[in-house]
Design a protein around this ligand. Sequence first.
Ligand SMILES: NC(=O)c1ccc[n+]([C@@H]2O[C@H](COP(=O)([O-])OP(=O)(O)OC[C@H]3O[C@@H](n4cnc5c(N)ncnc54)[C@H](OP(=O)(O)O)[C@@H]3O)[C@@H](O)[C@H]2O)c1
Length: 252
Amino acid sequence: MTSTGGELSGVRVVLTGATGGVGQAVAERLAHGGADLVVLGRRAGPLEELAARLGARSIIADLGERSFAARLLERVKQSWGAVPDVLINNAGFFELALFSETASEAFERALAVNLRAPFELIRACLPDMLARGSGHIVNVGSVAGRRAFPGNAAYSASKFGLRGLHEVLVEELHGSGLRVTWIEPAAVDTPLWDRFDPDRRADLPSRAEMLDPGAVAEAVFFAVAQPESVAVEEIVLRANPAGRGERQANAG
Ligand SMILES: NC(=O)c1ccc[n+]([C@@H]2O[C@H](COP(=O)([O-])OP(=O)(O)OC[C@H]3O[C@@H](n4cnc5c(N)ncnc54)[C@H](OP(=O)(O)O)[C@@H]3O)[C@@H](O)[C@H]2O)c1
């Protein structure tokens, strides 16, 4: 990895969920910093538009598929001759339903996209990263991976699980030269909320109360742009609006 002085020139990054609100902001911020990006998503149109705009490579992949990680890493290695310097596990599936109304399929999808896919991707990268003694894994978690909110059974299970994976990695990789970062936003104003119309629901934060995706992108950039001698293990982001009410806010 050639990151020096906060510049990302020559740093090779794989980013999942690049077609989403947070992913697009992260892709733009890292591309602006000079990173060499491979962006992933399912929707070909927005993904290819983003890749063309940023000079990135794109790979369409459904992270719900069990066998995608090995295939993906093979394609990345064909392009770069190596696994990425930075893997950002950002893709996410969000469901809002009371526990008793959570469908098994939604529970399985949350675990597959939010937990199993990062596990498979990290595992596919680790041998080569360990052999070269460098590499950076960024996991985008959520406040719902630390606190329980009503309606978040599937999502919380996956994000608590991802935080568990992250913390094991921190312990196991200490002294290896690899870095692991947990990015933990509260609610962010992205299309993730579109299905739930938060501005019309008293149990959800309004769009105006949410973080801007650019704040998450800045946090990711900060972690990735540190000199290799510095590991940013965790960044917790919460909105700080003046006069925010006391109501319980679901978290995203
Ligand atoms: N928004 C929030 O309030 C909030 C708060 C805390 C944490 N987060 C976390 O931030 C991350 C990004 O969320 P966001 O707000 O940007 O959500 P978003 O706008 O809904 O975007 C979700 C992204 O994940 C991708 N994705 C979902 N299912 C996938 C699958 N099966 N295979 C491949 N890609 C899949 C989507 O790809 P396609 O669109 O191409 O299908 C999209 O790029 C997630 O991990 C989320 O949990 C969000």
